[in-house]
Design a protein around this ligand. Structure first.
Ligand SMILES: [Zn+2]
Length: 108
């Protein structure tokens, strides 16, 4: 009788520590995934999606965009794009961006 009680106690203890260990492993996995995701995101911050070079923030008439000197790509938020198209400034932005790229190429 005593042996069975001891065995049961030992089994419950094992189950408890197994459960605690699994919880710790899951917590560590989740934290590692969050760190990896943050590192990956920040390593691409202000980098060109097309060529990987640095992008410079340019603000014109209250609208800001990111421009890549290397491949001449620009990144603009949907909100800014929508605002520009509603106010008929899209053509103006395109020509401003083109002039900016030309200036950058001259200065490089
Ligand atoms: Zn680029």
């Amino acid at each position: 009788m005593y042996k069975d009680g001891l065995h049961e106690h030992s089994r419950l203890e094992e189950e408890y520590f197994y459960k605690k260990e699994r919880e710790l492993i899951e917590k560590n996995k989740k934290e590692a995934a969050q760190k990896r995701e943050l590192l990956e995101r920040t390593s691409h911050y202000h980098k060109c999606a097309k060529c990987g070079h640095d992008m410079n923030e340019v603000t014109k008439d209250g609208v800001s965009l990111l421009a890549c000197r290397s491949c001449e790509s620009i990144h603009i938020s949907l909100e800014s794009l929508n605002s520009l198209s509603q106010h008929g400034q899209l053509k103006s932005l395109a020509s401003d961006a083109r002039e900016l790229m030309i200036e950058w190429k001259k200065s490089a």
